[in-house]
Design a protein around this ligand. Structure first.
Ligand code: HEC
Ligand code: HEC
Length: 201
């Protein structure tokens, strides 16, 4: 079996396994309550979750389940960031669900930066070769507990990929840390350029 097939099967198995561990956005989640709770978040994550700063991630159009999972990891001290951890420390489970319902329903603005078509084609090939599309969806807009990459802030993407490669970005199960091991610094640069300029609604 090829590496690609193995990774695809691993991804499918993982989706099933995680469905049991990480709850989706709860049925009672309230996007309007989430909008009110999100006012503070927008200072860093931008209006409606459209970040205007390259080091801060956009939250607009993220799968709701990923937002719950990320906030949960920050709150429980599994994922640590000096700026973000204190923001999640006092959130209740209802807050997690309401915030996720709100941000996942917002539209991500099309990226303003562009890259040369040849470089975009190289980035697309690299993303396919490394199975990024198998887990993060063919459109790279994410699914379930797996984040959107298309249109994400460039610096944020590059920093997170380097951190996964170095083993310093915590995650639910380690699959992303393995996925980053084969990437060179040039690969990370190319992927960050490609993904941050990828306009998929
Ligand atoms: C003072 C700035 C700041 C504020 C306010 C803030 N955040 Fe963050 N947030 C960050 C930074 C910086 C990161 C990236 C952390 C890292 O590098 O791991 C982050 C990461 C996140 C992530 C993970 C995104 C991803 O793609 O992995 C989520 C979800 C999130 N924040 C939600 C929120 C919510 C909800 C609020 C409001 C309750 C909030 N943030 C308030 C700065 C902030
Ligand atoms: C086997 C499945 C899988 C593969 C293959 C995979 N990813 Fe991921 N990726 C994940 C999961 C799951 C997460 C969320 C981890 C967490 O925070 O718990 C993630 C997170 C990320 C993040 C962090 C984004 C954020 O908003 O915090 C980036 C960037 C990323 N992946 C890029 C890539 C790239 C580029 C590739 C291809 C080189 C790739 N991934 C391949 C499953 C995968």
């Amino acid at each position: 079996m090829s590496v690609r097939h193995r990774a695809g099967r691993a991804a499918a198995a993982l989706l099933c396994a995680l469905a049991a561990v990480v709850p989706g956005v709860a049925a009672g989640a309230d996007a309007e309550a989430g909008r009110q709770k999100a006012q503070l978040c927008m200072a860093c994550h931008g209006e409606n979750g459209n970040s205007a700063q390259t080091a801060f991630p956009s939250l607009a159009g993220m799968p709701g389940q990923f937002i719950v999972s990320a906030l949960y990891q920050f709150r429980e001290g599994k994922r640590v960031n000096a700026i973000m951890s204190p923001m999640a420390a006092h959130l209740t489970n209802a807050d997690l669900n309401d915030l996720a319902a709100y941000f996942s329903a917002q539209k991500l603005r099309p990226p303003s930066a562009t890259i040369a078509p040849e470089r975009a084609a190289q980035g697309r090939m690299l993303a396919q070769k490394n199975n990024c599309t198998a887990c993060h969806a063919a459109t790279l807009t994410g699914q379930q507990h797996i984040p959107r990459l298309a249109g994400q802030q460039r610096e944020y993407l590059a920093v997170q990929l380097s951190a996964f490669r170095a083993g310093t970005r915590a995650e639910m199960d380690g699959v992303m840390t393995s996925a980053a091991q084969g990437l060179s610094a040039e690969d990370i640069d190319l992927l960050a350029d490609y993904l941050s300029t990828l306009n998929t609604p």
